[in-house]
Design a binder for this molecule. Sequence first.
Ligand SMILES: O=C(CO)COP(=O)(O)O
Length: 256
Amino acid sequence: MTGTGKFFVGGNWKCNGTTESIKKLVGELNDGKFEESVEVVVAPPFLYIGQVIGSLTDRIAVSAQNSWVGKGGAFTGEISADQLVDAGVKWVIQGHSERRHVIGESNETIGKKSAYALSKGLGVIACVGEKLEERESNRTTDVVFEQLQAYADAISDWSNVVIAYEPVWAIGTGKVASPEQAQEVHAAIRSWLGDKISPDLASATRIIYGGSVNGANCAELAKKEDIDGFLVGGASLKGPEFVTICNAVISKKASA
Ligand SMILES: O=C(CO)COP(=O)(O)O
């Protein structure tokens, strides 16, 4: 089954870039020829969001990589969802594995952050994914379902949520999940949504894959029926390659 919205591709720039390199990347994206049937989002570091919004084509929406758990105030170093909305940001990534496993964010915090961002009108790219040892001990779906449950405990309206399945062992390693491995987990996520939330939501929600996606492997992944797009790290820093990945929607349509 396929999420009924448009194919969705996000570029997560992580903690990369300078004023100059971002100017070049935005120029490449502005020159890109994107298929009509793909929704494109990029997530620059906070510091460069103003630069990107001021120079990027309206064809591409801007996402943040994180946001604070509630309203702003005395929270040194944080950025609130309200401020993101004020700056023209449309999306926010939550629960990325680097925030879970490097920064130490809990399932509960991630759920709260997501709910608050949604309440302010942001779309949420809700990340889930297992570590290598969890996969090797056959706990992939246990871990992913636990992460999904934490979102479900906090979120009541899922209409603005895209789920990103990003196996930790595939992130930044060059070791992409095979299309079959990704499809298997995407189908499990969709059936979890059907059982726990609603069948309508299961068919409407876009479930995107992230982890070493590049211009060479995107077409085969896109053909899988439950893969509704991608969340791209390293390859999103190269404009022409990112455009190729967005246009993998052509392979999806050809295989449908
Ligand atoms: O973490 C990712 C996107 O959020 C994936 O990163 P890479 O594409 O660099 O593996």
